[in-house]
Design a protein around this ligand. Structure first.
Ligand code: UTP
Length: 289
């Protein structure tokens, strides 16, 4: 009943972030001074998880490299007495064992998760999309792990979205069984406003049971020839219960330029010293409108 591992799909092409994401994985793009992927791994570590499997690709080796020790650089910083930087660098590799497996072809998020089957084995596991991070409250990983301990089922992280945006998301429907907790009965990918079963959208974080792998094997490619994780979870509902938990945290995507920049500003706003230097620029840009 313990979640020990997280699976982090990060093998997508990131076309919305081109040309930035051509040679640098979008999950390596920084939010302030850290690459996005590091926030994701730290969120898992805060939930007590010490094993992370990155799903990467041939072009995205930088993701694995980031979590490797950098001996020469560490020696150089130590010799120069730059202990703050040294501590920050060592913190990257502390606490969590990071592994990687490659998704040979980008056949969708579901196919990416399927690559984790051997590593995960017969345990429930956390799944965190590598291009979304959260702020405020308790990290989503911790919230989902606690929910799994309570319900013993797969648990999907949810966020409430405005009705005019339901068409962009996977939306769940079902019975609210406690405040912010829904027993999921249906899942609809990008529904119209009229057909959406709720305003609760799937939000880049999941606890999944090993049964998801059986379902993924049977899932047929959907839109764009991709194997969708949502389709496999829908199949799971035929045999297993699945709960959804409305996350008490704010989601930030970095997969397109506007959201990436917004995320940087929101995170900068939380750092008083940094914001002191940025605020005058923001104010002057606004007054020049
Ligand atoms: P996205 O839906 O953002 O797709 O994937 P993408 O390919 O990365 O980006 P665009 O749409 O071309 O701009 C959500 C998450 O699933 C991973 C991505 O790396 C991202 O973290 N993913 C997606 C895979 O690992 N493999 C895939 O085949 C597709």
């Amino acid at each position: 009943m313990e979640i020990r591992k997280t699976v982090i799909p990060a093998a997508g092409f990131g076309t919305r972030m081109l040309p930035a994401a051509k040679a640098v994985p979008k999950e390596m793009l920084p939010v302030l001074d850290k690459p996005t992927i590091q926030y994701v791994v730290e969120e898992a570590a805060e939930a007590g998880i010490n094993d992370a499997l990155l799903i990467t690709s041939r072009e995205k080796r930088a993701l694995e490299d980031h979590f490797d020790r950098a001996g020469e650089l560490e020696d150089r910083l130590a010799a120069a007495g730059k202990y703050d930087l040294l501590t920050a660098l060592r913190a990257v590799t502390a606490g969590v064992r990071v592994h990687a497996v490659r998704q040979g072809e980008q056949k969708g998020l579901g196919h990416a998760v399927l690559q984790a089957r051997d590593h995960v084995g017969q345990e429930a596991f956390l799944c965190q999309l590598g291009d979304a991070i959260f702020s405020g409250g308790i990290g989503p990983a911790e919230q989902l792990v606690r929910a799994y301990e309570k319900f013993g089922t797969a648990v999907i992280g949810l966020e409430e979205v405005p009705v005019e945006k339901v068409e962009r998301y996977g939306i769940v429907g079902g019975e609210m069984v406690a405040e912010g907790v829904i027993r999921i009965e249906t899942l609809v990918e990008k529904p119209s406003r009229e057909s959406a079963p709720s305003r609760l959208a799937i939000a880049a974080r999941y606890v999944l049971t090993p049964y998801v792998f059986e379902c993924l094997e049977k899932t047929q490619p959907g839109k764009g020839g991709e194997i969708q994780l949502t389709d496999a979870i829908k199949m799971m509902l035929g045999k297993e219960r699945v709960h959804g938990v409305v996350l008490k945290a704010r989601r930030h995507d970095i997969g397109n330029p506007v959201d990436w920049l917004k995320t940087n500003l929101i995170f900068a706003r939380r750092e008083p010293e940094m914001w002191r230097q940025i605020e005058p620029l923001v104010r002057s840009l606004m007054s020049n409108e």
